[in-house]
Write a protein of this length. Sequence first.
Length: 402
Amino acid sequence: MIQKYKQNMDEFMIQVPTQIFFGKTALNDLAESIKQFGDRVILVYGGGSIKKIGLYDQVIKILDESGIFHCEIGGVQPNPRVSLIEEAIQIARENKVDVVLPVGGGSVIDTAKGIAGGYYYEGNFWDLAGKNITHDHVLPVITILTLPATGSEMATGCTLVNDHVTPHIKMGFHGPYIRPRVSFENPEYTYSLSKKQTASGVMDIMSHIFESYFSNEKRAYMQARTAEGMLRTLIKYTPIAFAEPDNYEARANIMYCSSWGNNGLIVKGNFVSWSVHGLENPINERYNTVHGDGLAVLTPAWMRWAKKPENLYRYADLAVNVFGLDKNLPEEELADLAIEKVQDFIQNVLGLPKNLRELGVQKEDIPKMAQVFSLPGKIEYQSEAFVPISVDGAIEIYNMAY
Ligand code: NZQ
Ligand code: ZN
């Protein structure tokens, strides 16, 4: 049993074993990657985008030519539902599969992780919510990514919607063996993403980076400079991907940021409390909004709310090292300029929503969402957060974003 490590530079543990096959020829290694675990897979996909881009046929051909048995579950919705996972677990059990193979974005990959974690579990699937599954009695997951956003292709967790209850609850589980063993990343599969899908994905990647970057652990210098490099990469390449959806270089850089922004590299060694993600979750589960849209609205509001005399250094770092502003300006001014730059990028470059009203949020729901925010299991390490958020604090931030 591994000891519990603090989340700071004094002590942490990191293990990132996902094997990444990146680029145009990546799928050449698909069959062999599957066969190290067995020769029976359940293919998981969403509403049909992989059929439109020809990827479904390509994968089926590889499986058939390699003698790999396949059954499938399609129809995964964005903000994936537990009822579909339960159905998929039955199909997987009846067909005695060895591997779960999601082809799609975060919702498809998270559904696959749900199948993997629930396959051998005899009890009620939702018992797993909020758990850290440390044992390896789960199915291996091998992903083919088509939407750079969540980083789920290289991350330990999944986020799932319990649609058996009203209102729905969105929670997940995680574990070292839930993390995909292998992921295939061909940027060409992302050429078909619309501007809006690309933007929401980039917002999610940025938010994962910010959650680590806005940390009180000043000694995590390497993680902070790496985070800044990723942010600069996204700021440079996103407009190029908008103008030329089939620009390989732009799509490749965005895709690689997705995986490394949420796999532990910049998280470990920092106190990461996932504050903005914690605030987004109650909106998402109540209104079934797009994850990136909620983050777009909340990020500038949270940045303004969390700015304090003692933490201006991090905002100033952002202003200077990411947005290239003059380091000789007063820290307070740099901090305000950094927030303006972030807001400008989100609203005017990404073109994402500006306030909670645009997401359909009802003002009278704000206190209820703030209560949900503070429920056990919803947020982690809040006491160590950049700025800890109480229920009243959450209400203030939601009101600022309204
Ligand atoms: O369903 P299909 O037809 O495939 O269409 C999807 C879906 O409508 C479409 N799409 C995907 N790839 C495409 C494409 N359309 C055209 N061309 C392609 N190449 O995109 C739509 C959205 O897909 P979805 O998978 O829902 O998006 P995303 O990747 O942003 O995943 C969001 C989910 O992941 C969770 C979110 O909460 C949300 O439920 N997250 C998971 C995390 C994790 N596991 O680590 C962390 C994140 O913070 C996040 O919470
Ligand atoms: Zn996210």
